[in-house]
Design a binder for this molecule. Sequence first.
Ligand SMILES: O=C(O)CCC(=O)C(=O)O
Ligand SMILES: [Fe+2]
Length: 473
Amino acid sequence: MKRKGAGEREKDVKKRKLLDELGESWLPYLTPKDDGFHQLWKTKYSKLVLRTAEKIPKEVHEEVQEAFLTLQKHGCFFQDLVRIKGKDFVTPVSRILVGNPGCTYKYLNTRLFTVPWPVEGYEINYSHPEISKACKALIKLNCYLHRESVLALQEQNLAETKGMEDSPVIDRHQDYATSITEMGSILQDQSPSHVPENDHSHLKERTSYNLSLLNYMDPQQMPFLKQEPYFGMGKMAVSWHHDENLVEGSTVAVYSYSCEEPAADILEEKAPSGRDPAVWHVGLKVAWDIKNPGLAVPLYPGDCYFMLDDLNMTHQHCVLAGLPPRFSSTHRVAECSQGTLPYILDQCNAALQNLCTDTHLSCPTLKSLDVDDIKRVEETHNEVEFEWLRQFWFQGKRYRKCTDWWDKPMAALDEFWRKLELMTSLLLCEFRKEEQAEEQRKERISCLLPILEERQELRQDWLASGYIAPVHL
Ligand SMILES: O=C(O)CCC(=O)C(=O)O
Ligand SMILES: [Fe+2]
C-alpha cells in the first residue's frame, strides 16, 4: 500500500554493480545491419516476435492510426507523475489507458483508470462520437492482437507448456472484427475468482488483454531525453524496465506507429555502426546480464511486436526514440485482482457491514469491536483513500476529456469513505470509554495504531507530492 516501492534499493545496488563492471566502455548490441543479428534474436530473444506492417490488415492500420490521431486531437494524452525511489518524475511520454470498464493499472506507484472501450452490457457515454469510434477501434485491435498472440504462442509451441495438446487452433483468416459479444465473455472470465478449468483457458488467460496503455511522444518537443546507459543506443523515450503488474507469463502485444516513413538513411555515413537515430526501435536486453549483446529492433509505421510468455520477466525492454512523433498501443493482461471497481466496492460494502445506522438509534454505532473486524474496516479505509480516491483526484479531471464513466463510481467511493471516517471516529470514542476490560482495550488499540499511523504517513506523503485535495479530504 505504501507509495515507496519495495525492492527498489536492491535493484539500485544491482544496477550500480552492473555500471561499475562496465566502467567507461559500452556493451555490444546488434541491429539488422550487423552479422549475427538474426542468430542472436533466434537464440537469446526468441520470445520477441515482430509482425511487420505489411502482414497486418489494412483496415487495422486505418482504424487504429485514426484512433491515435483522434485521441491526440481531443487532448486525451497526459504525461504521468510517477514515483521512482521516493522521488517524483514526469514521464517524457504522454499516456492514456483504455480498456475493460472498471479496470485500473498501476505502474510506478501511479494507478491509471481505464477509459472504457465498448463492451456489451456496459453503458458508456463518450464526450465525443469520435472518441467513441477511437475506443471501438482499440478494442478491435485488442481482439486482433489477442488472436495473433495465440497463433504466435502456438507457432513456438509455447501454448503447450501446460499440456495444450487439444487447444483449438485459431484461423488466421477469421474476420479481425471479432464481435464485441466475444469480448463480453472474456471480460466475465476475468473476475478475480476465475480459475482456469482447462489448459485452453490458461492460454486464453495469458493473451486476453484487459487493457492497453497508449503512448505518444514527439521527440522534437522533448530536448532532454536520457541517453541509453549500457550499450550507447542513443536517446530513450522509455528507459529499461519490466512491465509491472501483469498476470505471470502473460504476453504483451504492441502496435507501433511512428508518424512518418523515415527518410533514407542519411545519417548512415556519419553513424556507420549502431542503430539509426532517425528510426524508432525497441531495445531488448537479458535482465541483469552483461554477457549477451543487446538487441535493437527497428519499428516502422504499423509494425507490431509481441513479448511472449515470460520474456517480460527474463528480459528488460526500452524504447529508443527516432525523429518523428510516435504512438504505440501496448496491450496487457493486467493483474487486477485488487484493481477493479467491483473489487473495491465489495471491500467497502463488507466494511460498512460493521456500521449500524438503525433509524431508532439517535446516532450510528459499531456492531463489532472484534480486532479482526476493526482491522478489516480500517485497512479498507486506507485502501479506498490511497489506492483509489487520491490516485483518481490526483490525476485531475483528465478522464472527463473522454468519458464521464468514472464519475458515479468515484462519488460512490467518496460516500463510502465518509462513512469509513465516521467509523474511525466512533472507534476512537469507544476506546475512550471506561467500561472495556484493560487487556481488551490494549489489544484493540495495538491493532488499530499501525493502520492509523500508516494513514497519517501516507496523507503527509500525498501532501508533499503537491496533491491538492478536494475540500473534504
Ligand atoms: O511503446 C512501446 O513500444 C513500448 C512502451 C513500453 O514499454 C511501455 O509503455 O511499458
Ligand atoms: Fe514496457
